[in-house]
Write a protein of this length. Sequence first.
Lengths: 788, 263
Amino acid sequence: MPKDNGIGASSKRREDVRFLTGAGRYTDDLNIHGQAYVCFLRSDTAHAKLASVETDQASAMPGVLRVFTGADFEGVGGLPCGWQITDRNGEPMKEPAHPILAQGKVRHVGDPIAAVVAETAAQARDAAEAILVDYDEMPAVVDMKSALESGPLVHEDAGTNLCFDWGFVEDNREAVDKALAAAHHVTTLKLTNNRLVANPMEPRVAIGDYDAATDVSTLYTTSQNPHVIRLLMGAFVLSIPEHKLRVVSPDVGGGFGSKIYHYAEEAFCTFASRQLLRPVKWTASRSEAFISDAHGRDHVTKIELGLDAEGNFLAIRTETLANMGAYLSTFAPAVPTYLHGTLMAGNYKTPQIYVNVKAVFTNTVPVDAYRGAGRPEATFQLERVIDKAAREIGMDPIELRRKNFIEKDQFPYTTPVALQYDTGDYAATMDKLEEIADIAGFDARAAESKRNGKLRGLGVNCYIEACGIAPSNLVGQLGARAGLYESATVRVNATGSVTVMTGSHSHGQGHETTFPQVVSDMLGIAEDQINIVHGDTANTPMGMGTYGSRSIAVGGAALVRATEKIISKAKKIAAHLMESSADDIEFADGQFTVAGTDKSVAWGDVCLTAYVPHNYPLDELEPGLEETAFYDPANFTFPAGAYACEVEVDAETGKVDIVAFAAADDFGNVINPMIVDGQVHGGIAQGAGQALLEHAVYDETGQIISGSYMEYAMPRADDIPDLIVDHSCQTPCTHNPLGVKGCGEAGAIGSPPTIVNAVVDALRRGGYEVDHIDMPLTPYRVWEAISR
Amino acid sequence: MYDFEFARPTTVSEAASALAAEGAQALGGGQTLIPSLKNRLASPSLLVILAGIDEMRGVDIDAGDSVVVGGATTHAEVASAAADSFPALAWLAGNIGDPAVRNRGTVGGSLANNDPSACYPAAALATGATIATNNRKISADDYFKGMFESALYEGELITKVRFPIPDAANYQKFEQPASRFALVGVFVARFGQEARVAVTGASENGAFRWAEAEAALSADFSSGAISDLSISADEMIRDLHGSSTYRAHLTKVLTARAVDAAS
Ligand SMILES: Cc1cc2nc3c(=O)[nH]c(=O)nc-3n(C[C@H](O)[C@H](O)[C@H](O)COP(=O)(O)OP(=O)(O)OC[C@H]3O[C@@H](n4cnc5c(N)ncnc54)[C@H](O)[C@@H]3O)c2cc1C
């Protein structure tokens, strides 16, 4: 019987009522009395010295309050980077300054040069157009190879465009070289992981609001992690202590990673509000988002896989160029390194692995984490090279994968790239996949497609991800400049309802529904008696926010810990009321019972007693019922799965249609199956976008060619077939209290290689000798590959 | 958007005189013009909205041999009104953009704008349509003058478009993945023996007729008749979504498919 309440129930997403009826309160819906508007003048040139920035005419225009340029930010901090990589030689990465407004030089199209604050948005824009910028244009560098070889320097003071050269694990290097040299067969593949623009439905917005009376600055912003923004902006940019700085992220319309980072516009609005003593608002246009939101992916990789004569994997070596863009975004250095290199073992027991990553500065928008962040890049390489290897050695790709799976009884399993997987059963998800995807029936379907003039292909793929980011002491050793715990405060109200303040942040994930399910299960009260508060540093405990599929695994765990504290205290109150000992109190279904008796008190009575402590052990116990917990995970969690995709290719035009897609995931325990289905659906659609449609393309002068929806193709409903998703294979996480692993990124990690594998399979079946096509597999690219 | 004034005429002559003013511009469905206003790429001082002019709206099936569409008629209206009499035209209109675009965008706006990837120019050329303005009638063959260029004078209004109904017709649209305009679109029409083939999306000179294919198909209206033809990639568009060679290739593939579907 499916449950209708608590953990495991498909409770309806309560937040959707307001989202779907237009009653959400997004940052742009907030209008503060007296607010002024900002328009940023952004560079239309990819690389130039600023000979002069003339603002006199603009300053005199109607409604203009003030025009700011880089000069106004001298002495103000730049945007900080939250992760420091140490390179192969023990040297720290190059970490160039990232000013709020350009200081004498612009480094990418979209780099903000000046900002006009005016009474209306139109006046601000009019005045921005009247600013005269004299650019001394410099040659731009967009391609990573040229940037390393001969390109102009994006940052002269860095002396190089190489941010870092990272080896992982450096000590494995020689052993890997030897193993590959001795391998029976080595499969090599060169590939690109295409640059993407996150494109959340809601563009970024920031409102700075300084209250001179209290000396408190409030920033309203579209962020996935308001506490992180408060810390970074307060401590590193504007020198505002936390008690004088509040950051609020109300309803946020999607982030996909792009709203993790601390952006110049946030610091600007906060700063300008303090200068002008007016609230200052900025709302990005979609065009602005394309040139100012951090982009994702953009790796160029060579991967080699060595196998023995039986098809056992012996060694993997990869060389990757990772585009950082023009500046280091908040978590950029972590993405191609610890979120990527550590995943290169995948689901397999390859004994020797070495990953080399060179991170490169170019005259493009900064690149940072995007749904999956590093893990999709790792999975893509690995699963593409395995598919190619299977073909080269003449083995079925499913069989080759099965042969190399880490086996069920090998867990916990330590990989050669530093992770310890706690649980998993990869053969079980593959069995499930073969069943739900009806792999056995593929040949008949392929024959049917052939009769209709189409080439049908089957692609299979496995993935693993490291979620639930992350043990603070571990990431600290790896260069993180932050802890990655999560927090929750459970406030039981006097009449028994519950308010939960969480450090996690929901921007589509459905926390307002799932978090109450957990508390409801533990306290035995109805879900609708529980409310979630998030997104405001003034009323939530310090938390690290939502990304990396961490909310239920880390935030949920904090929630459990806080609720356990509540139960423990409530038992003491109940014991007092029943004149018994707390050790003898049992708590179930909202009733406290003295074990072995029929004496009991109800949840509501205990709560009321806590706040009306007339009959209460005040000498031993504080009144009230409110507890906070911080949870720092012991390890990452390791969701894994097996995906299958069938495509039809029209060989005359190159057009690819995804005609079937199945996903068998192991997320450990599942709180809300419906929401998990939705997360997987969205992830697969996003991955299909990467595989077939999406591409942020720059020309050699550094202009973005696909800077609007006329050129940048987003996935639409009719691009996606019915998706068969299953998460019945469950090997619960062993180190968090809910046994959960996280599901937010899986689809976006697992689907791109599945789709590309399917297309290559279709073409090979059609007699075309194609080994690989770089994403996105647009009709044009597929046609080119087959007409070569 | 820059500031502008707004006029709402109810007759063609009122609209024409409003458009005589310096800086005046017609607003059809706004599906092209409004985005360019928002991006500040256009700065008319007066917008003359055509939607309130009854004589420019609606679809007539004239004597059973032509579909006559008012210049301010939306794509959605064409898609439903021409469904029985001229299904290929209705299909074309019904596959422009999305419902929001189709319920706003107009035939006159599309032809006046003459986007090299727009669909209507192919239908107009393939059917030998007549484009009526507030002061003359222009045959389709004389109307299209290259990318975003037409025979219209400044301020001249498309009031009606007459599409002769062919004996057989089909429009094949291969969508550009992002915009879903035609990466290449081919409209094939047959009137008796005479075949006409019009191609949009492909050429740097805008929509054009493929004369060799027309000759071959007028002799033998079957896809086999064009199998030995090829079309030059010179002057075809090249961009992110396809090279000129790809567009030339698609032109032939889609022409054959259109012929098969029309036969
Ligand atoms: C998302 C999207 C997808 C689209 N997809 C397609 C597609 O697949 N195929 C396709 O063909 N088109 C497509 N379009 C364009 C659509 O067909 C528009 O309707 C068309 O571009 C312009 O028509 P409009 O009525 O909106 O004109 P407007 O935007 O109002 O005007 C365009 C130009 O024409 C002038 N004008 C308007 N009406 C007249 C008239 N009666 N006489 C003289 N001049 C006039 C205006 O002054 C202006 O210069 C798409 C548009 C969008 C936004």
